[in-house]
Design a protein around this ligand. Structure first.
Ligand code: AMP
Ligand code: MN
Ligand code: MN
Ligand code: MN
Length: 292
């Protein structure tokens, strides 16, 4: 029997993805994913629908989240795997992050208006089908209104540091983010670690701090990593004794290079998060049940 295929990072319309939670699960099933985690940004609202669809399609489902945290003036994403979506501490934390998003959305719109682009808040809202407003929704509005040719160009021109629609601010602290995930019974994993604009030294500091706070994993293989990134992150995972995770960061079929279930194997020497005791505990020992 071939080894199960894992994809432990993706998005639905509950955050900034373009497929509904059940459509994400169906697509994963079609693409040969055996174990799927849905990890919407700062939001658990899609998990019940995804879990129900997973039962129908035979995909093993892991409830997840991707939390936005600020560490050393940088936005870092922490994935939580095997969380209890009803955990009060996690719900309060994500509600706070969504309130920050709402405030930030108003600020982004105000700055874009000063720059001559009106109606951005309403425009972004039209592109959001869930409860959160993401920069991705602004990007869809700005592409639609002809201010850029695609989402990448919108980010470069408008939404990153130093550009007219950029708004700085504080998400949760790293300690809070890891605490909300572990408090909800989940495993905390640093998402797409090769993507941050951190020096090698700062990245090592981040991983050290993360480990101290109870973080357990590193997303060694990501749809947004190059093959070389995957190898470098595998070495870092070993060095910091972190378990290795893998996720596409799929947001929708419009972006074919982050596709569900199309991930390379973990590099040799990694300890896969799904082969750990912590995983068995966080996911209710699902794999063990199926083996018996
Ligand atoms: P937010 O959490 O609202 O600040 O938005 C971050 C999201 O925007 C990420 O999760 C990505 O989906 C998307 N994103 C960030 N940077 C880029 C980029 N350069 N090009 C395209 N999408 C991006
Ligand atoms: Mn996103
Ligand atoms: Mn991310
Ligand atoms: Mn993501």
């Amino acid at each position: 029997m071939p080894a199960p295929r894992y994809d432990l990072h993706c998005h639905s319309t509950a955050s900034d993805g373009t497929l509904s939670p059940s459509a994400v699960v169906r697509r994963a099933a079609t693409r040969g994913v055996d174990v799927l985690a849905l990890t919407d940004h700062d939001e658990t609202a899609g998990l019940a629908e995804a879990a129900a669809e997973a039962r129908r399609t035979g995909v093993r489902f892991v409830p997840g989240i991707e939390l936005s945290v600020t560490w050393s003036h940088q936005t870092i994403h922490v994935v939580g795997l095997g969380i209890d979506p009803e955990n009060p501490g996690l719900l309060a934390g994500t509600a706070r992050l969504r309130a920050f998003r709402d405030w930030r959305a108003g600020e982004i719109a105000a700055r874009l208006a000063k720059h001559g682009i009106d109606g951005a808040l309403e425009g972004a809202r039209r592109h959001s089908k869930g409860a959160i407003l993401s920069r991705t929704h602004f990007a869809h509005f700005l592409v639609e209104t002809g201010h850029a040719k695609d989402v990448r160009q919108v980010f470069r021109r408008f939404l990153v540091h130093g550009k007219p629609g950029h708004v700085a601010g504080e998400w949760a602290s790293l300690e809070e983010g890891v605490g909300w995930i572990t408090g909800a019974g989940g495993l905390a994993v640093i998402a797409h670690p090769a993507r941050y604009r951190l020096s090698a030294t700062r990245l090592r500091q981040l991983l050290g701090a993360f480990r101290e706070l109870g973080g357990i994993g590193l997303e060694v293989v990501s749809g947004s990593h190059s093959p070389d990134d995957n190898l470098r992150m595998a070495l870092l995972a070993r060095r910091f004794d972190l378990l290795a995770s893998a996720g596409s960061d799929f947001h929708g079929p419009e972006n074919p290079w982050y596709e569900l279930g199309r991930l390379p194997e973990l590099p040799p020497g990694c300890r896969p998060v799904w082969q750990s005791v912590a995983w068995q505990q966080a996911t209710g020992a699902l794999p063990a049940e199926r083996a018996s």
